[in-house]
Design a protein around this ligand. Structure first.
Ligand code: FAD
Length: 487
């Protein structure tokens, strides 16, 4: 008989959280800690969503999305998770750029960027300072019509090299382009510039297992392999969910699933105002990614001077659409030294990440798909040769993930790595006005994506759910202070 992953589940909860990405887990944790009865349902066989990892023979563990996040993660983890998790957050000090315009190493913070921009790039100190202050001062309520391209043009006219330095890492960090609203750039860039780039020492497996322990401590009923097919809505709002064919009642639902799937598939178009539905249908998804995971043979080492993160490109100029092109010219290499997993066996791993289009992968037949993956591995190894000479001899395992892989494991439409474009934020925030008790927390609007953005969005939404459950007042007009939430 197949295992019942819902064995012992209660007939009713205060809140059901659909999806255990970082936003879903954080919402569940805060609501559980506040004393609410919380059920967290995850369709995959492990928690974490895109914050995930996998193992291969030879004691190799690969991280999927542990490449870097801003310092704010430390504060958020301390406040909304625990000190043990927060204390493992450490800075990456060797961030490298190598492209036909410049090669440099930086600690990726305001001080070092100011030094680079004024000395190496010859920009006036005043312009640099004004740029940083403008980016730092941006918030959600500002004029959203200015694009990132216009922002750069205002401060550094005609300087493609400066744009490349300032923009390339952020495009990797949240998929934003020069045509997106400048605030999607300004907020995320400023978060990084505050103190630099950080990661979790111990690996994603340790991070998620510590979160799982905290969820249990806070009384959250957590279930894996539980696929929610429907959010049940009655005349007074949310009534429950249908999961693995069973209905479970609840007063509120927080969906951490893809925004469009939540509205269009799990709730259903008939429950929304026509205008809201139109807005939801026109929300654009963000792009997807490809990755190549490479494990070095045991005993092989690479010097730390190779860097922690390396943004490399052979494209003569910076164009955000080139970063998505199947003919890859730009890659981010993450180098994982044994200190990433201090308690494990001494292992070195390298992960290459590239932004990608779903359409370049979705319609290939099986043979073409396998061949394209193999080509991705081969071309990546060729690109790596420059930084790790003879890498083909040093590496004992290499494999690729594509937009289809991300879709398969998270159910994100088109394998979106960073949720939706900017317009998704207003739709996500508008859900409780459409249906009482229905919330969405997860990567949307570029700003709320990434580890820190997702966690902080989970915090914002859990506060609103708590308000609904404790005071039973109608949800307040959406208010979002991204500056406070993310800094
Ligand atoms: C290749 C790659 C590299 C990245 N690198 C970085 C990085 O270096 N730094 C950074 O900050 N961010 C990075 N990100 C982005 C970051 O990982 C994500 O923005 C963040 O983890 C998303 O969290 P989330 O809460 O939105 O949910 P997700 O991680 O998207 O999780 C959603 C969860 O919901 C579950 N689910 C969906 N539908 C259902 C259903 N019907 N029933 C039950 N469960 C369901 C899914 O299985 C999944 O577990 C990267 C992403 C990718 C793909």
């Amino acid at each position: 008989m197949p295992k019942d992953f819902l064995a012992g589940v209660l007939p009713e909860y205060d809140v059901v959280v659909i999806g255990s990405g970082l936003a879903g887990m954080t919402s569940a944790n805060i609501l559980g800690r506040a004393g609410h009865r919380v059920l967290l349902l995850e369709q995959h066989y492990k928690l974490g969503g895109l914050a995930t990892w996998f193992k291969r023979p030879g004691s190799h563990t690969f991280d999927i999305s542990l490449h870097g996040f801003p310092y704010g993660m430390l504060k958020s983890c301390r406040r909304y998770w625990n000190e043990e998790i927060a204390s493992n957050i450490v800075q990456l000090k060797n961030i490298r750029f190598d492209n036909p315009m410049f090669s440099l190493t930086t600690t990726f913070n305001r001080e070092d960027f100011t030094k680079l921009l004024t000395t190496q790039f010859g920009i006036e100190a005043e312009a640099v300072s004004k740029f940083f202050d403008t980016a730092r001062g941006m918030n959600f309520y500002d004029d959203q019509s200015m694009t990132t391209r216009e922002l750069f043009e205002k401060f550094f006219p005609g300087r493609e090299d400066v744009v490349r330095l300032l923009m390339e890492p952020i495009t990797y960090a949240n998929g934003s382009t020069l045509e997106d609203p400048a605030i999607t750039y300004g907020i995320v860039f400023s978060n990084f510039m505050a103190k630099g780039v950080f990661i979790y020492e111990g690996g994603t497996d340790d991070f998620v297992s510590k979160m799982q322990a905290e969820l249990t401590k806070n009384g959250v009923d957590t279930r894996i392999r539980c696929d929610v097919s429907k959010i049940v809505v009655g005349p007074k709002g949310v009534q429950g969910v249908v999961v693995n064919g069973r209905e479970i009642k609840c007063k509120a639902v927080v969906s951490n699933s893809n925004l469009r799937s939540t509205i269009l598939d799990m709730v259903g178009a008939e429950h929304f105002d026509p205008q809201f539905l139109k807005d939801a249908q026109s929300v654009r998804l963000n792009n997807s990614s490809t990755q190549v995971y490479m494990a070095l043979k045991p005993g092989v080492t690479i010097p730390e001077s190779t860097g922690d993160l390396l943004f490399c490109s052979t494209a003569p100029n910076f164009r955000t659409n080139l970063l998505l092109d199947r003919n890859i010219t730009s890659r981010t290499f993450s180098f994982y030294y044994p200190r990433t997993r201090p308690t494990g066996k001494e292992r070195f791993a390298i992960v290459s990440s590239t932004n990608a289009n779903w359409s370049d992968w979705a319609n290939l037949n099986e043979q073409e798909y396998e061949a394209s993956k193999q080509d991705l591995v081969e071309t990546t190894l060729s690109a790596l040769e420059k930084y790790v000479p003879n890498c083909r001899d040093l590496i004992e395992h290499a494999e690729a993930a594509t937009p289809k892989t991300f879709h398969h494991y998270t159910k994100h439409q088109q394998g979106a790595s960073f949720g939706t474009k900017f317009e998704g934020l207003a739709v996500s925030r508008g859900l409780p006005q459409q249906i009482k008790g229905l919330y969405h927390a997860g990567s949307v609007g570029i700003i709320m994506s990434g580890w820190l953005g997702a966690i902080n969005y989970g915090v914002i939404v859990s506060n609103e759910v708590d308000q609904l459950l404790t005071k039973n007042t109608p949800p307040a007009t959406p208010e979002i202070s991204t500056q406070n939430a993310m800094s």
